[in-house]
Ligand binder design. Structure first.
Ligand code: PLP
Length: 386
């Protein structure tokens, strides 16, 4: 039986591979997936159950319930100080992932180039390819805080470049893009008439009371930026599958047209839970506080292991750990750690060819479990021939 070339071109990510392997061990601590262990607030859970019991379980408009788009627009205006119209600039999707996919499917033709920055969220690369495009990767460096340099961006532009994807705060590094990175992208995007897809799904998991900064707030960028966001991380609603896109009318209209032929709409009970989530935003504070405590613990604990180091992530629930001095590539590190100590992490090579001297930890476990994981990692690293 035939399978398509585009399906064959897509590989199972190492993240999933390690996650699947971890399932075969009986005492494993799995730090692979970015899936918070916390439940959403009771208000959100109740809203989903109420919707089911009230029979609110049919299709919605392809762009999502207008009432949900309204609360998203209201929240967006509050957080970004950018006015958006719910019926024109907002679309509800099946997670942020579908928003990313639909946005790319709306703009990419065969052979079009889309710039992404490494270390990258692996799905960007795959999705660009699924749409017939060519991902063009620019590496960023730990020593620069993973900032984007204008000259590197310019050097990657060709007559086929149509878009840039940025991700702040970042999966896998936990870093936020500084203002000069955003300015560099804005300047080049204006000059070459590029769409900017700005993935901001971790913007509510920023620590130390720092503020999120979005490229859409730079002069002239609202007309070419699509902000991707999600309820998954902010409200711990990963399995509800609700995300959204906010941006210029033309791209939202095209994404909505495609949605009719893909998922029709995000699940309706989840959309109702989403309304409750936005109407009770203050309830999500416990999630940030919990992850900030874990971030502080993990940052200190990992850096106290000789041979491992990482920058203090400003946001998210990831640590991107440097293993340069261990003389082990990232896959060997991850496979051996799993086999010897039953701790599953993601090899850095997943996030770009240049990151084979890193691994990623998702600290989506309670501190007592993280303590055990750190002890096992320490024992493993100390046992290596260095
Ligand atoms: C950078 C980034 N963007 C988007 C997503 C999509 O998340 P969801 O589809 O659950 O909203 C994720 C999930 O891990 C992510 O890490």
């Amino acid at each position: 039986m035939k399978t398509s070339k585009s399906a064959q071109a897509i590989e199972l990510s190492l993240t999933r591979h390690l996650f699947n392997m971890a399932k075969e061990y009986d005492n494993v601590i799995d730090l692979t997936l970015g899936d918070p262990d916390l439940p959403p607030s009771e208000t959100i859970r109740k809203a989903a159950c109420d919707a089911v019991m009230a029979g609110k379980t049919r299709y919605s408009a392809n762009a999502g319930l207008l009432s949900l788009r309204e609360v998203i627009a209201e929240n967006f205006e509050k957080e970004y100080s950018v006015a958006v119209q719910p019926s024109k600039n907002v679309m509800v999707t099946v997670g942020g992932m579908e928003a990313l996919y639909l946005s790319l499917a709306s703009i990419v033709d065969d052979g079009d180039e889309v710039i992404i920055f490494a270390p990258y969220y692996v799905n960007y690369r795959q999705m660009v390819r699924m749409c017939g495009g060519v991902p063009v990767v620019i590496n960023t460096l730990e020593e620069n805080g993973y900032a984007i340099k204008e000259d590197a961006l310019r050097a990657a532009i060709t007559e086929k470049t149509i878009a840039v994807i940025i991700n702040t705060p970042s999966n896998p590094t936990g870093a936020v893009l500084n203002y000069s990175s955003l300015e560099a992208v804005a300047k080049v995007a204006e000059e070459y008439d590029l769409t900017v897809i700005s993935d901001e799904v971790y913007k509510n998991l920023i620590y130390d009371n720092k503020q999120h900064c979005s490229i859409i707030n730079i002069d002239g960028m609202a007309k070419r930026t699509l902000v991707i966001d999600s309820l998954s991380k902010r409200f711990a609603m990963t399995g509800y599958r609700v995300g959204f896109a906010v941006g210029y009318e033309e791209i939202i209209a095209n994404m909505t047209k495609l949605q009719e032929n893909i998922a029709a709409c995000a699940p309706l009970p989840s959309q109702h839970a989403g309304i409750a989530a936005f109407l009770n935003c203050a309830d999500d504070r416990f999630i940030v506080d919990e992850f900030e405590e874990r971030r502080n613990f993990m940052y200190e604990a990992i850096n106290s292991i000789e041979g491992l180091s990482c920058i203090k992530p400003a946001a998210t629930f990831y640590l991107f750990v440097n293993i340069d001095s261990l003389g082990l590539d990232s896959k060997s590190f991850a496979y051996q750690l799993l086999e010897k100590e039953q701790v599953a992490v993601v090899p850095g090579i997943t996030y770009g060819d240049n990151y084979d001297n890193y691994f990623r930890i998702a600290y989506t476990m309670k501190i007592d479990v993280l303590e055990k994981a750190v002890e096992r990692i320490r024992r493993f690293v100390e046992g290596l021939d260095k």
